[in-house]
Design a protein around this ligand. Structure first.
Ligand code: NBP
Length: 477
């Protein structure tokens, strides 16, 4: 980037405003714009003196204020809003300009936009940005995808300057062509869904299985944050649980409506897993758990009608220690599944994603930052083509050590009638993955009987079918 270059940013809501400030704090001149001008004016009033920041009222003025080749970033709502912004900006750009979408776009949209803008000679980068408000301001994790050369020439220096930094390494690395950056961000968000679901299940069991009060559960999470579980989400779980509602004096968690919302990235991850044929049970269960939570009035109705476990179930303090292991093991599984999905997508889309680097750039700035990402990075450094993270020495041993308490937690939860879809499905995945021979042979037999779908044999090549309705003899199909 030349010294007279400016960085353009449109979309001054939470993320855009904080990113613009972050860029300016690094002495990189930023020209900002927002559809609603009053937002731009308020931003300039409040933050205009924090660094080299100027604002423009119209898109035309904004594009005109930037030196060529222009570097412009859109930080607006994903979906139609992003298309509207691109459609307004693109006709005003010149060949060689670089347009960046930093929103949570669906990677298929990014591929479409990339192809369309390429016809005009515009380099389009689809960039995942994670870290929320605080990360955007002080250093997010950044996942850039798109054309490599313009990224290296015009964008890399800025992004590496504003990104979080762990041990001298920026939490930003080029991911791959067209939609790769947004793809990886999507999976990151999917893992975030699974992490939060596992934490919620742990809280539920500590409360209704062990019988702890909310402040005691907060203390438990705080202490776990000093273990292998150390992560941003565990840290903020302790903070949310420790918060008392000022109006009622109750724990805040008791007055928040128990219906989780979602914006779509978790669902996209699950949908894509189905398309690719990747078993992504943890993240998918987390999406379904949110959907079930949203059926609040149906659940309230069912609570008075459907029976739970019979008999008296006393609280069980031994669950507390077991839960720490179950949480850790299930978390390993959800990351293993997420990384397996990224590997499958990279093969399918020919993206050549370096999985170890993804673990590296998620170590800081982002919502799923966690101590054990260093272990994931090491696992891929040792074996870049590792078929599944669970097979790496460190994780195989961790799962072995955790498996007994993990099984006790799932069994106890079932006895207590406390739903643990993420714990249970992660354990089922672990048990399914480690079995050399499973019961799918029976499914194939059934399919052959009712639909003549044929089957393969373990002892010789070929495709076979039994003449079920005739003489019952096996034939080669
Ligand atoms: P929002 O997602 O709430 O979007 C608000 C911005 O979009 C405003 O600047 C608004 O302009 C603009 N906008 C809309 Br809405 N429709 C527009 C249109 N048709 N034309 C032009 N501008 C339009 O903001 P955010 O929460 O800061 O998130 C920005 C992006 O970053 C999103 O894609 C989001 O998914 C992603 N993201 C968010 C987070 C987070 O923690 N919030 C984290 C990571 C990524 P206006 O002021 O004129 O209404």
């Amino acid at each position: 980037m030349s010294s007279d270059q400016h960085f353009g940013l449109t979309g001054l809501a939470t993320m855009g405003a904080n990113l613009a400030r972050n860029v300016a704090h690094h002495d990189i001149p930023v020209v900002v714009h927002n559809r609603t001008t009053s937002r731009t004016e308020r931003f300039l009033d409040e933050h205009g003196s924090e660094g080299p920041i100027t604002g423009q009222e119209s898109v035309e003025q904004w594009v005109g204020a930037l030196a060529r080749p222009r570097v412009l970033m859109s930080m607006v709502q994903a979906g139609p809003a992003t298309d509207a912004v691109i459609n307004e900006i693109a006709p005003r750009l010149d060949r060689g300009d670089v347009l960046i979408d930093g929103g949570n776009a669906n990677f298929r949209d990014t591929q479409r936009r990339h192809a369309k803008l390429a016809e005009q000679g515009i380099h389009f980068l689809g960039v995942g940005v994670s870290g929320g408000e605080e990360g955007a301001l002080n250093g997010p994790s950044i996942m850039p995808g798109g054309d490599r050369e313009p990224y290296d020439e015009s964008v890399k220096e800025i992004f590496e300057a504003i990104a979080a930094n762990v041990d001298g390494t920026p939490c930003c690395t080029y991911v791959g062509p067209d939609g790769a950056g947004h793809y990886v961000k999507m999976v990151h968000n999917g893992i975030e869904y699974a992490d939060m679901q596992l934490i919620a299940e742990t809280y539920d069991l500590l409360r209704h299985g062990v019988g702890l009060e909310v402040p005691e559960i907060a203390e438990r999470f705080e202490s776990w944050n000093g273990s292998e579980l150390e992560s941003f989400l565990i840290e903020i779980t302790a903070r949310v649980l420790a918060k008392t509602d000022e109006a009622t004096g109750k724990p805040l968690v008791d007055v928040i409506l128990d219906a989780a919302e979602q914006k779509g990235t978790g669902r996209w991850t699950a949908e894509n897993a189905l398309e690719l044929g990747v078993p992504l049970t943890g993240i998918t269960e987390a999406v379904f758990a949110r959907t079930l939570s949203a059926l609040k009035s149906e659940r309230e109705h069912a609570a008075g009608l459907l029976a739970g476990p019979s008999g008296n179930r006393p609280h069980d303090e031994s669950l507390t220690g077991d839960l720490e292991h179950a949480l850790y093991a299930s978390k390993i599984v959800s990351y293993a599944q997420g990384f397996a999905q990224m590997a499958a997508a990279a093969r399918d889309e020919k993206w050549d994603i370096d999985l170890g680097s993804m673990a590296t750039i998620w170590r800081g700035g982002c919502i799923i930052r966690a101590r054990f990402l260093d272990r994931i990075r090491e696992a891929y450094e040792t074996e870049p083509t590792l078929p599944n993270l669970m097979l790496a020495d460190f994780f195989a041993k961790a799962l072995e050590q955790a498996q007994d308490p993990w099984r006790r937690v799932v069994a106890r939860a079932a006895e207590l009638g406390v739903p643990t879809p993420a714990f249970s499905s992660s354990l089922a995945y672990y048990d399914g993955y480690r079995r050399a021979r499973g019961p799918a042979s029976l499914i194939q037999g059934l399919r052959d009987l009712f639909g003549a779908h044929t089957y393969k044999r373990v002892d010789r090549d070929g495709t076979f079918h039994v003449m079920w309705g005739e003489n019952g003899r096996e034939i080669e199909a």
